[in-house]
Design a protein around this ligand. Structure first.
Ligand code: SIN
Ligand code: CO
Length: 393
């Protein structure tokens, strides 16, 4: 991907990607006026209501009635009309449901794909919002339609009001307040308290969310990958992180206790058994290959609402004109590290090469480039075309 990281960007209010990442990312909020100049909603607002009624779409409705908060999870059958105040409809993974939001999210790819989560779009009537709260996410909140007043605070107090269906801060003390109009955007780092209240009956906020992984999950995943490697290499079965083999995960030998003396307390676990278990563990290397295996497979797992459409027609890259574009489907996720490539939760059989790297970074390649593939890569590209992971236009 060719991008000048030192070039001022309208998206970042004139900052370069380099400056934004250095001074704001994970550090402090940034208000960006007209990040998307003259912004117009790419879909009719009605479409959000329709999507929220579908089974395969994750949505929720938050309503406020004085001090009372009500939460309904989709599919939603009844959504209040726009002239009813104080409600907000939130639809997740809009980047997978509407190409236009996927395209908008591409603007943020100076941030690693591994950190990207989804685009959430909310539609709120006047007074609507989800209340003062904080997220563990980095988020860019773009005003899509109407206007909304945002109040934010970098307060330390994160106490929540108990027994509510939504996470609402007990003592929200706003430090800044801004009114966002279409095209304006607010970046918030994780833990920054915020409250956005719709000022109009057709208020739309488009949130580009970047998940922050918990270290507990990361450590657990590396251990899981180690378990899968030991299991497959010791003939104890396969797991999602077992193929292909990573050297050095075979634990040989059997427990032995030729020195065992007779016991008068037979229920007690022998100390040598404890010692030999721990000794066996010393064979396991928690190395970068294991971490990459887990992260690559886990982070490329398709979203739970993603369904790929098999391609019925026989597509042959050799028959395509050189300028035909092969692109990853919007639901496909692809990452790589060193020689290993990951796509949609799997390790790719071929090692990283120029074609796979370009496909992952640019999310597209020309048929001309694809036609320079080695046999294995060529076969993979065809398989992905058949499975609908890759599409051509
Ligand atoms: C929204 O209301 O669209 C944004 C929700 C949030 O503050 O996380
Ligand atoms: Co939030």
């Amino acid at each position: 991907m060719q991008m000048d990281m030192n070039k001022p960007m309208q998206l970042l209010g004139g900052l370069s990607a380099e400056e934004f990442m250095r001074d704001y990312w994970q550090k402090k909020p940034l208000l960006i006026k007209q990040a998307f100049p003259n912004f117009k909603m790419p879909i009719p607002l009605e479409r959000l209501r329709t999507l929220a009624s579908f089974e395969g779409v994750e949505s929720r409705m938050v309503r406020r009635n004085g001090e009372e908060w009500l939460l309904d999870r989709g599919p939603l059958e009844e959504i209040p009309t726009n002239d009813m105040p104080n409600w907000s409809l939130l639809v997740q993974s809009m980047d997978l449901h509407e190409q236009a939001f996927y395209d908008m999210a591409q603007n943020f790819r100076f941030i690693p794909d591994a950190r990207f989560d989804d685009v959430m779009v909310s539609l709120a009537s006047i007074g609507g919002g989800v209340g003062p709260h904080f997220d563990t996410y980095d988020v860019f909140l773009l005003q899509g339609n109407g206007s909304r007043t945002w109040r934010i605070s970098q307060q330390e107090d994160q106490e929540l009001i108990p027994d509510l269906p939504c996470r609402i801060l007990k003592n929200f003390k706003p430090e800044n307040e801004w009114v966002l109009e279409p095209g304006d955007m607010l970046y918030l780092p994780p833990q920054c308290a915020h409250d956005g209240i719709a000022d109009t009956n057709d208020c739309v906020t488009i949130s580009f969310g970047f998940r922050t992984l918990s270290l507990a999950n990361m450590a657990r995943g590396v251990l899981e990958a180690a378990i899968d490697q030991i299991s497959v290499q010791s003939g104890l079965g396969i797991g999602i992180y077992s193929e292909p083999l990573i050297d050095g995960y075979k634990v040989d030998g059997l427990y032995s206790d030729p020195q065992q003396v007779p016991v008068s307390n037979p229920a007690q676990i022998p100390e040598s058994m404890i010692e030999q278990s721990l000794e066996a563990l010393k064979n396991i290397k928690y190395n970068d290959k294991l971490a990459s295996r887990f992260l690559g497979c886990w982070l490329t797992e398709p979203n739970k609402v993603a369904e790929f459409e098999f391609n019925e027609e026989e597509l042959n890259i050799e028959d395509m004109s050189p300028e035909t574009i092969l692109r990853l489907d919007i639901k496909s996720k692809m990452l790589y590290r060193n020689n290993e490539v990951y796509i949609n939760g799997e390790v790719v059989e071929a090692p990283l090469n120029e074609i796979l790297k370009t496909l992952a970074d640019d999310r597209k390649i020309t048929a001309e480039l694809a036609n320079t593939s080695d046999e294995l890569t060529f076969e993979l590209l065809h398989r992905w075309l058949d499975d609908g992971w890759l599409i051509c236009d």
